[in-house]
Design a protein around this ligand. Structure first.
Ligand code: WT7
Length: 586
C-alpha cells in the first residue's frame, strides 16, 4: 500500500502554495521565526488579537470573517470589523461581571455568531474559553462545568432548560448564565441574564488583555479510559502553531473561502473553525444545520468554497449517498480538501478523485497537540491511507517502550510503535486540569507519547494502526468507556457493565455496552429500551451506547476489573491474548 500515491491537488488559479517543497520548508522552519512573523518581538501575545486586530490591521476589516447559514438558507455575515466590535462588547460584559483574569467562561451553543463572539471576547479579556459540545446530556456537562470551575456560561434558552437548569444547584461556582434567546419575548429562566441585552449596553472598545505566551487560553475536555474526563489546557502561544498549520497544511490565504465542518464542541472546531482561519484572513462558512449530503454539495458549490476541512465519517456518508449526487454540482472554486479525526481509509482518499477530481488529504493531531502535527500537504504527493509527514517544526517518531523502562526510537523500518513527539511546538498542552500526575505520565525520556499506534515508512509517512488504549472513537468524537459505564451503572437494573467500541462502516466505531443484570431483573426488549433511554437522557445521543448486549457474567481480572480488552477480542474474533490474570479462566 505504501506506494499507492495520488497526484497532488491542482494549484488553484494563481494561488501559490505556502509549502511547495517539503524538505526545504522543514529545513528553513523555526518556531521563533514563526512567532516573530505573527506577533513581532512583543512579549505579549493574545489569541483574539491575532485573530481579529491583526487581519484588520492588514486591511481586511471589511472582509467576511464568517458567514452563518441557517436551515432556510438565510445567510448572515460578520466582517472582521463587526466581529471585533462584538468581541469587545463581550469582553466588557465579562469585565462588568467582575470576572478575574484566567477565570473560565464556557459556551454550550450550536454553530452560531454568539459562539464566535463569546469565544473571541473571552480570549480578548484574558479569560479561559471552554466550548462544550451542545449535544452532551446533563451528566457530561455537569462533570465538565465542575472540573473547569466555570464562572460564566453562555447558552440558549432551550439548551438551558433541557440540560443545565436541572444541574445548576450542583454548580455553586457557576455565577452567571447568559441566555441567547430563541424568541424575542417571554420571561427568562430564574437566575439568568439576557445575552443580547447585555451586549447592546456594553462598550465597543476593549484593549486585548496583555496575556503572555504561557497563559492559558483554551480549555478542552477529552476522554480518558478511567476516571473523569481530562481537561486539556492550551496557552495563547497555541495561536502560533494554529496559524502556521492553517497556512502550511490548509493553505489558507486571505480572502479565501474556508469550510471546516467540525463542531466547536471539539478542538478542531476551535483551532480550525475559529482561531487559525481568522489569523489567515480567510472567510469561514458556518453551517448551522446538521449533516445532509444535498445541503453540503450545495454549500460547496454556491458558497464557492476554496478549501474544505472535514472528517472521515462525513466522507463515508457522502460516499454512501453516491458519486452521482456529488457530480450533480460543480466545484470550480474548490482547490483543497483535508480530513481529520479518525483513520481515513485509502478508498475514501481516492473517492475524492472520483467525486471532486482531487484527493482528500489526511491530517493527524489531538486535543493535546493543539494543532496539526502530521499531514499530507497540498503541494505534495498524497499516499492514500497514510496520515502524511510531520509538520515543519515538529519532530515525530514511532517509539517502543524498551524492557528497561526507557524508550527506543524505531528507525523507519515499518514496524509498529507509539507515536511520539518532541516537545517544543507552541501549541503543546500545558497541563491536564488538576492532574499533574497524569500530565507527567504523558512524557517519557523527553518525548510526548500520543497513545496512538502507527508505522513510519522510510520516507517519513505515518500509517495509523490503532489506539494504544480503550478509548472509543465514534464519528470523530472521543468517548470514554468509563463515562458511559458510570452512567449505565446508575440504572437500577444494572449490576455490572463494560463498554467497548465495535467497528462500524460509517462511524468508524460504535459504542456497545455489555450488561450484567441485578438479581430480580430479566432480560427483555423493554428493559433494553429502558436502559437505552436512561443512557440517552444522561449522556446525550452522541455518547450513549447504540447497542446493548446482556451477559450472564462479564470477564473480570482476579482483582475484579472488567476486561474490556477481552470483550473486544471476542467481539471482533481476535486472539484473546494473555489471559493469565483472568478470574476463574472462564
Ligand atoms: C485522536 C485525537 C485531531 C483533532 C480532533 C480529534 C485520532 C486523529 C487521526 C487520523 C487516525 C486519528 C487519534 C488521536 N485521530 N486524527 N488522521 N487518523 N486517527 O482530537 O478528540 O483529541 O482525538 O483521534 O486516535 O489520538 P481528539
Amino acid at each position: 500500500m505504501t506506494d499507492r500515491t495520488v497526484h497532488k491537488s491542482p494549484s488553484a488559479g494563481g494561488v501559490s502554495h505556502y509549502l511547495t517543497d517539503y524538505s526545504v520548508a522543514r529545513g528553513q522552519f523555526s518556531w521563533q521565526e514563526a512567532r516573530r512573523a505573527l506577533a513581532g518581538g512583543e512579549s505579549r501575545l493574545n489569541m483574539a488579537h491575532e485573530a481579529l486586530e491583526r487581519p484588520i490591521g492588514l486591511g481586511l476589516g471589511d472582509r467576511v470573517a464568517a458567514r452563518f447559514i441557517d436551515r432556510n438558507w438565510n445567510r448572515a455575515d460578520l466582517t472582521y470589523a463587526q466581529l471585533h466590535l462584538r468581541a469587545c462588547r463581550f469582553a466588557n460584559i465579562l469585565r462588568s461581571l467582575g470576572l478575574g483574569r484566567g477565570a473560565a467562561v464556557a459556551t454550550v451553543l450550536g454553530r452560531g455568531p454568539e459562539l464566535f463572539i463569546a469565544g473571541l471576547g473571552t480570549l480578548k479579556a484574558g479569560n479561559v474559553f471552554c466550548s462544550l459540545f451542545s449535544a452532551f446530556g446533563p451528566e457530561p456537562l455537569q462533570t465538565r462545568l465542575q472540573l473547569g470551575h466555570v464562572r460564566v456560561l453562555v447558552t440558549t434558552e432551550s439548551l438551558y432548560r433541557r440540560k443545565v437548569a436541572g444541574i445548576r444547584a450542583a454548580l455553586p461556582e457557576l455565577r452567571h448564565v447568559l441566555i441567547v434567546r430563541e424568541t424575542p419575548q417571554g420571561d427568562l429562566p430564574a437566575d439568568t441574564a439576557d445575552f443580547a441585552q447585555l451586549m447592546s449596553r456594553a462598550p465597543e472598545t476593549y484593549d486585548s488583555a496583555p496575556t503572555r505566551d504561557e497563559d492559558v487560553a483554551l480549555l478542552h475536555f477529552t476522554s480518558g479510559t478511567t476516571g473523569k474526563p481530562k481537561g486539556v489546557t492550551l496557552t495563547h502561544a497555541a495561536v502560533i502553531a494554529q496559524h502556521v498549520t492553517s497556512q502550511l497544511v490548509l493553505d489558507l490565504h486571505p480572502g479565501e473561502v474556508f469550510w471546516c465542518t467540525a463542531d466547536p464542541g471539539w478542538v478542531t472546531g476551535i483551532a480550525y473553525g475559529l482561531i487559525g482561519p481568522l489569523t489567515c484572513g480567510a472567510s469561514m462558512i458556518v453551517d448551522r444545520e446538521e449533516f445532509d449530503p444535498q445541503r453540503w454539495y450545495r454549500i460547496l458549490e454556491e458558497e464557492r468554497v476554496n478549501i474544505w476541512y472535514t472528517a472521515p465519517t462525513a466522507i463515508r456518508m457522502l460516499m454512501k449517498a453516491g458519486t452521482a449526487l456529488a457530480r450533480g454540482r460543480k466545484y470550480p472554486h474548490l482547490r483543497h480538501m483535508a480530513s481529520v479525526g479518525e483513520p481515513l481509509n485509502a478508498e475514501a482518499v481516492t473517492w475524492g478523485l472520483e467525486a471532486f477530481d482531487m484527493p482528500f488529504h489526511d491530517t493527524w493531531w489531538q486535543t493535546e497537540t493543539g494543532a496539526i502535527m502530521i499531514a499530507n500537504f497540498p503541494a505534495c504527493e498524497v499516499r492514500a491511507g497514510s496520515m502524511g509527514r510531520a509538520v515543519p517544526g515538529v519532530e515525530a517518531q514511532v517509539v517502543r517502550r524498551a524492557e528497561g523502562g526507557g524508550l527506543e526510537v524505531i528507525d523507519s523500518d515499518d514496524q509498529a510503535g507509539e507515536i511520539a513527539l518532541k516537545p517544543g511546538w507552541p501549541s503543546m498542552f500545558s497541563g491536564y486540569l488538576e492532574d499533574p500526575e497524569r500530565y507527567r505520565a504523558s512524557f517519557l525520556e523527553g518525548w510526548y507519547l500520543a497513545g496512538d499506534l502507527a508505522r513510519r515508512d522510510r520516507d517519513g509517512y505515518f500509517w495509523f494502526i490503532g489506539r494504544a488504549d480503550d478509548i472509543i472513537k465514534s464519528a470523530g468524537h472521543l468517548i470514554s468507556p468509563f463515562e458511559v459505564e458510570s452512567a449505565l451503572m446508575r440504572h437500577p437494573a444494572v449490576a455490572q457493565v463494560a463498554v467497548i467500541g465495535v467497528p462500524d462502516p460509517i462511524c468508524g466505531q460504535a459504542v456497545k455496552a455489555f450488561i450484567e443484570l441485578r438479581a430480580g431483573f430479566e432480560e427483555s426488549e423493554e428493559l433494553r429500551r429502558n436502559i437505552m433511554g436512561h443512557a440517552r437522557r444522561l449522556l446525550g445521543a452522541a455518547v450513549a451506547p447504540r447497542e446493548i448486549a446482556f451477559k450472564e457474567s462479564l470477564p473480570r481480572t482476579r482483582s475484579g476489573k472488567i476486561m474490556r480488552r477481552l470483550l473486544r477480542a471476542r467481539e471482533l474474533g481476535l486472539p484473546e491474548g494473555d489471559l493469565s490474570t483472568l478470574e476463574g479462566r472462564e
